[in-house]
Design a protein around this ligand. Structure first.
Ligand code: CDM
Ligand code: ATP
Length: 320
């Protein structure tokens, strides 16, 4: 069969329902114990073969959430770096591709949007070029691109150790309903980690070694109210220090009916857990009535899926 001319791949944004952060390591990273949850806010990348030895990037922003600074559309873009990683590993130095990114996950929002683009580009280029890399090989390339990239490939719910890249899928049979409140600005992940180091200086922080068992139990039992009581994000005080206005929005979400609210990852997106789908819809409406951007989503959501060529709205299961 000839190689397809175009391959579209969808990947999810994430929230961390639990994020424990250890001390700064000599390599500039922090050991974490994370419980990732993929949510139904998706990035989509269409990879189209180019005859030329070139990686071309274009981007559309259907929800009009791109910050003024935008994102790099050159070789620094995580999707371009992912394409180069596939070409290099597969021994295809002259492979060309046009990557079109449909961006829905807020940029620099703490939801791993760039990581989702990288994961989508890995899978799309592997398919487009018939590169033949296995899922494990793609996961290895993903870890080289960023701490959150392996999870964007995997999706669902997973415990993440190391820098968040050592993943173990965890059971989460119930569908959880969340309301996301994106901000009109981004926060820099390294700056948020630096702020947490500063805030905790001299407090004897230890390296977390396992994911929070109370969180895993609540997820496994589909116990939404129980989960609301154990959500935790060690980066939250740092994100709130850098963006103090988030505090009032967190209070508003809870006042308007959320079971709990938290900063997503390094922020500034906020994630509110709702009791069920109608409660999430009502909360999103109430937040919008108070002038906030608000999106009702569910999790867990699927990881990277190749979309059928004829109908890019319905995912096909990704081949192992
Ligand atoms: C906040 C989270 O989204 C939670 O899942 C992640 O920890 C961040 O993951 P990410 O954005 O994929 O991070 P990377 O692109 O690999 O790293 C960006 C920067 O964030 C900091 N970083 C990231 C991950 C980690 N475990 N410790 C860190 O200190 C480092 O300064 C690093 O240079
Ligand atoms: N494809 C991409 N999409 C978004 N940002 C990208 C991309 N490639 C590179 N970047 C750069 O990475 C920065 C962080 O982007 P991203 O949207 O992944 O942040 P984030 O969601 O906060 O990440 P995380 O939650 O993983 O810390 C952006 O400000 C941008 O300069």
């Amino acid at each position: 069969m000839p190689a397809p001319r175009s391959v579209s791949v969808r990947t999810p944004g994430k929230i961390n329902v639990s994020l424990r952060v250890g001390p700064l390591r000599p390599d500039g990273y922090h050991g974490v114990a994370s419980v990732y949850l993929a949510v139904s806010l998706f990035e989509e990348i269409t990879a189209t073969a180019l005859a030329a030895d070139e990686i071309r990037l274009t981007l559309s922003d259907p929800d009009h959430r791109l910050p003024d600074a935008g994102i790099p559309l050159d070789g620094d873009n995580l999707a371009a770096r992912a394409a180069r990683a596939v070409a290099s590993r597969a021994g295809l130095p002259h492979a060309g591709v046009h990557l079109h990114i449909i961006k829905r996950v807020p940029v620099a929002g703490g939801m791993g949007g760039g990581s989702a683009d990288a994961a989508a580009a890995l899978v799309a280029c592997n398919e487009l070029w018939n590169a033949g890399l296995t899922r494990d090989e793609l996961a290895e390339l993903a870890a080289g691109l960023g701490a959150d990239v392996p999870f964007a490939l995997l999706g669902g719910a997973a415990a993440g150790l190391g820098v968040g890249d050592r993943l173990t899928p965890v059971p989460a049979p119930g569908r959880l309903h969340w309301v996301l409140v994106p901000a009109s600005y981004g926060l820099s992940t390294p700056q948020v980690y630096a702020a947490v180091d500063r805030l905790r200086a001299g407090t004897g922080v230890v390296e977390p070694t396992e994911a929070d068992s109370a969180v895993l139990t609540a997820l496994a039992r589909g116990n939404t109210a129980g989960l609301a009581g154990v959500l935790v994000n060690d980066l939250q005080p740092a994100a709130l220090e850098l963006a103090p206005e988030l505090g009032a929005v967190l209070n508003a979400g809870v006042r308007l009916g959320a079971l709990a609210g938290m900063v997503s990852g390094s922020g500034p997106t906020l994630a509110f857990l709702a009791a069920d789908e109608p409660a999430a819809s009502a909360l999103a409406r109430a937040l919008r009535a108070e002038g906030h951007d608000a999106l009702a989503v569910y999790g867990p959501a699927e990881g990277a899926v190749v979309l059928p060529a004829a109908d890019t709205s319905a995912p096909a299961t990704y081949r192992k």
